[in-house]
Design a protein. Structure first.
Lengths: 110, 115
């Protein structure tokens, strides 16, 4: 099945700094989703990207899908303590099946 | 509106005991997913249902695991007999779509500890 590599595994930043997590696949993806999981919580859907080169923004979050549809990134501008959590990319492996990356755990120094 | 409901939230049991985890999907959602999350293996799909019918159970680790969905509003994941390596957080998720990938809504999870 498809494999996905997500980097970095951990990221610690000062509040106000930017943060980026990357998701890479060896194969072309039909689409990709991003989820956020707060400590002790459950994954919460953030966005789905479908088109090559697509860029979507949600307030301070910017999501990109690579031109070749093999990679994606999530960038947070000026992090806040509410951004703490683990960010997962998830790719489709057959209809409706999601394969999750290992996640990037973000911690923030206030 | 209530989200996905899971019970129990925490379960501690001894090796060899039967464990049953329960899930109530969001009303009107036609797809239901069971996931397991551990530090070592991350978030893994175990099985999913469309319109109460199991579609793919290739993620179920062993015959000790079984899942049922007797109706649109209830599903169970059973482990019999349980083993310490089954200790994990088990999430149930539901989705309104059956024919394409869409947003999945996760429940709060059941934290299972097998001693």
């Amino acid at each position: 099945g498809q494999q996905v590599m997500q980097i970095p595994q951990y990221q610690h930043v000062q509040e106000g700094e930017d943060f980026t997590t990357y998701c890479n696949s060896s194969t072309t993806l039909s689409n990709i989703q991003w989820y956020k999981q707060r400590p002790g919580g459950h994954p919460v859907f953030l966005i789905q990207l479908v088109k090559s080169g697509e860029v979507k923004k949600q307030k301070r979050l910017t999501f990109q899908f690579g031109e070749a549809k093999k990679n994606s990134s999530l960038h947070i501008t000026a992090t806040q303590t509410t951004d703490v959590g683990t960010y997962f990319c998830a790719l489709e492996q057959g209809a409706q099946k999601l394969v999750f990356g290992q996640g990037t755990r973000l911690t923030i120094n206030p | 509106d209530a989200g996905v409901i899971q019970s129990p939230r925490h379960e501690v049991t001894e090796m060899g005991q039967e464990v049953t985890l329960r899930c109530k999907p969001i009303s009107g959602h036609n797809s239901l997913f069971w996931y397991r999350q551990t530090m070592m293996r991350g978030l893994e799909l175990l099985i999913y249902f469309n319109n109460n019918v199991p579609i793919d159970d290739s993620g179920m680790p062993e015959d000790r695991f079984s899942a049922k969905m007797p109706n649109a509003s209830f599903s169970t994941l059973k482990i019999q007999p349980s083993e310490p390596r089954d200790s994990a957080v088990y999430f149930c998720a539901s989705s309104p779509r059956t024919n394409a990938l869409g947003e999945q809504f996760f429940g709060p999870g059941t934290r299972l500890t097998v001693l």
